[in-house]
Design a protein around this ligand. Sequence first.
Ligand SMILES: *Cc1c(COP(=O)(O)O)cnc(C)c1O
Length: 217
Amino acid sequence: MGLAEIKARVVSEAERVGRAPESVTLIAVSKVQPNERVASVLEEGHRVFGENKVQEAAGKWPAFKEQYEGVELHLIGPLQTNKARQAMELFDVIHTVDRPKLAKTIARLAEELGQCPRLFIQVNTGEEPQKAGVLPADADAFIKECRDWGLVIEGLMCIPPAEEEPSLHFALLKKIAHRNGLEGLSMGMSGDFETAIAQGATHVRVGSAIFGERDYS
Ligand SMILES: *Cc1c(COP(=O)(O)O)cnc(C)c1O
C-alpha cells in the first residue's frame, strides 16, 4: 500500500457513496514510524498527520514543521491534563477530549494562550473499561458542559472494539453527533476507513496502510 493508494481509495469510496472527496480528511498516523518514512510521505506532499503521544510528537514534529510548510498535526491519543499546555502549543487538532477535568483545563489554557486547537470529543462507543472516552449515555451532557465552558467542539471521535463490526459504532457516533449539531466525525482506521467514509466520516486516521506495520521492538 502507501499514500497514493490510500488517497485514491478515499476518493473512490467517497464518490461511490455520493460524497465530495474533499469532505474527507486523511490523517496519516505516523506514531512509532521511523523519520525516513514520515519524511517520504511529507515529500509526496501530504501535510496532515496524527500522533498518539505528546512526548513522541514533541520530539519529531518541530523539526519537520520547520522543514515543511503547512503541516497540520492531530493528537489522537489520550491526553493527561499536565501535558495539555504542551499539546495545545504543538497540535492543531485534539481528538481526545474525554472528561470534565481535561475540558476545563483546555478552556482555562485557551484564555491564557489566546488560542485553542480544534477539538473533538472521544466517545467510548463500545463501553470498554480500558478505553478512553465519554460513555454514550453521558455524551450529550458532556458536550453541553464543554460548550458552557466556552469550548468550540468540532465533532466526535471513536475507536470501535477490535472484535466488533465497526459500522454499528460509526452509526452510533454519527447519531450522537447529529443530535448535538456536530458535523465532525473522526472514525475509521487502516482496516475500516472505507466503511467509515460510507457512514459519514469527515476524518479518517490511517497509519499502517500508509506507512507499513509499526515496529515496536
Ligand atoms: C494508531 C491509531 C490509528 C491508526 O491505526 P492503523 O490501524 O495503523 O491505521 C488510528 N487511530 C488511533 C486512535 C490510533 O491510536
